[in-house]
Write a protein that binds this ligand. Structure first.
Ligand code: ADP
Ligand code: MG
Length: 235
């Protein structure tokens, strides 16, 4: 599903250049759930932004579902993002003046789906994350965990090939983090390919494989004996 080879990325500001990714190779098969783990500043978000076609590498190749991602203009990049990818962020990135349901329906608007079907499909995904009763509520009427569940429903609404999550539990307490991780695990059980960035060891261990990033290179890439999220509902 994802294949990257010899990826390099530097940030240039004025006369200085910061070499952040120093030759990254890895691939992700369809249906995998992988975490990219590393300390703050190790280049995790930089890598995820490249995988999300939000940024481009300086060197190396990136192939997504057989498509070489290179030198795309913004229009094509946006089309590929919409077609292939769903995003979840630490800060949820919901639209504050739109209801939970309308937030989830947004990606479908950009895909040209008609309003009635948009709302139908959005409701289906809100039900999936257990928030059907909150459909008409605004984001500021929801808890952090609920907001992230809305964001997960939104990421799923367009049925993307890959779900990319950048520190999805970073703004949540540990109980809520586990609840969100349990939903993400369920989505993976149903077959979705998921890449998750985290600096937290226990979150990474809820995925099936950990790619450990340090100083811009992968220092370890191994399968883990996946721990199921234990939510308060189960203990
Ligand atoms: P992580 O997500 O692992 O914390 P990042 O990929 O965000 O790390 O950042 C890696 C390094 O690149 C950090 O030193 C950060 O300050 C720097 N960096 C990130 N984005 C930019 C940018 N747009 N311009 C310049 N430097 C950046
Ligand atoms: Mg980051």
């Amino acid at each position: 599903m994802i294949e990257i080879k010899s990826l390099h990325k530097s940030y240039k500001t004025g006369s200085t250049s910061l070499h952040v990714l120093k030759g990254i190779d890895f691939s992700v098969k369809e249906g995998e759930m992988v975490s990219i783990m590393g300390s703050s500043g190790s280049g995790k978000s930089t890598l995820l932004n490249i995988l999300g076609i939000l940024d481009e590498a300086d060197e190396g190749t990136y192939t997504l579902d057989g498509v070489l991602i290179k030198n795309l203009n913004e229009k094509i990049a946006a089309r590929y993002r919409n077609k292939f990818l769903g995003f979840i962020f630490q800060s949820f990135n919901l639209i504050n003046y739109k209801s939970a349901l309308d937030n989830v329906a947004m990606p479908l608007y950009y895909q040209g789906v008609k309003r009635a079907e948009r709302l139908d499909r959005a409701m289906h995904y809100l039900e999936k994350v257990g928030l059907a009763e909150w459909a008409t509520h605004l984001p500021n009427e929801l808890s952090g965990g609920q907001k992230q569940r809305v964001a997960i429903a939104r990421a799923l609404a367009s049925d993307p090939k890959v779900l990319l999550a950048d520190e999805p539990t970073g703004a949540l307490d540990s109980k809520t983090s586990y609840e969100v991780m349990e939903i993400i695990q369920t989505i993976n059980d149903e077959g979705k390919t998921i890449l998750l960035v985290t600096h937290e060891d226990d979150i990474a261990h809820m995925t099936k494989r950990i790619v450990h990033l340090k100083d811009g290179i992968i220092i370890d890439d191994s399968p883990v004996k996946q721990q199921r999220a234990k939510t308060a509902l189960h203990v």
